[in-house]
Design a protein around this ligand. Structure first.
Ligand SMILES: Cc1cc2nc3c(=O)[nH]c(=O)nc-3n(C[C@H](O)[C@H](O)[C@H](O)COP(=O)(O)O)c2cc1C
Length: 186
């Protein structure tokens, strides 16, 4: 928990928000069990649309065979060798039990909220993390990969986050005003 304390004071939420970034380079070392539990606690603290917590599911994947299968599948899809999980040692998959046939907007959004809570917690502890959507979506078409997740019946993998130790640092980032275009009305 060293990074939670900076110069004797707890990092405030703005330090975490402004230093978070997508990390795509990992040493291969896993987060400690304590760090992993803290990250999962952040996930459990997430808002979920209509409080449908029991329709969300997390899968902590350290099994390299599964991570390789996701990467190999994506390489096949794009037609060249790619490493969309960046050599990270852990993937936490977020799945949802859709209320309708297709995964709905609020269900994807709940999954994204959960992922982002985990990203902030990872940043707070000096761990690298990156949201993972594309290669999870691609792997959903492959029954052999989906089977390896062992997610409960009727759940669909939405997205995930890779987490691990990184040599990268987390300086405060410059956040340009209106990086996201913003209108003011009234
Ligand atoms: C919904 C969503 C899906 C994303 N999917 C991926 C992904 O599949 N692979 C990846 O490397 N980054 C992914 N990202 C990370 C974005 O590329 C990243 O947030 C963006 O480039 C801004 O960089 P930053 O996170 O460092 O601020 C995703 C982010 C979001 C919000």
């Amino acid at each position: 928990m060293s990074r939670l304390k900076k110069k004797g004071v707890y990092m405030n939420i703005f330090d975490i928000l402004y230093s978070r970034k997508s990390v795509r380079s990992y040493t291969g070392k896993s987060p400690s069990e304590e760090q992993l539990q803290e990250i999962l606690k952040a996930a459990w603290a997430s808002p979920v649309a209509r409080a449908r917590f029991s329709d969300m599911h997390l899968t902590v994947i350290k099994d390299q065979r599964i991570l390789h299968a996701i990467e190999e599948n994506m390489s096949r899809v794009v037609g060249e060798e790619v490493h969309p999980l960046y050599g990270a040692p852990v993937l936490i998959l977020v799945s949802v039990r859709p209320a309708q046939k297709e995964v709905a907007n609020n269900e994807y959004s709940s999954a994204a909220m959960i992922v982002h809570n985990m990203a902030l917690a990872a940043t707070a502890m000096g761990l690298g993390s990156c949201d993972i959507w594309g290669s999870i979506q691609a792997a959903n078409g492959q029954a052999d990969i989906v089977d390896m997740y062992k997610i409960p019946k009727d759940f669909v993998a939405c997205c995930g986050i890779v987490i691990g130790e990184t040599d990268e640092t987390f300086p405060m980032r410059d956040i340009p005003k209106e990086k996201i275009s913003t209108d003011y009305i009234g």
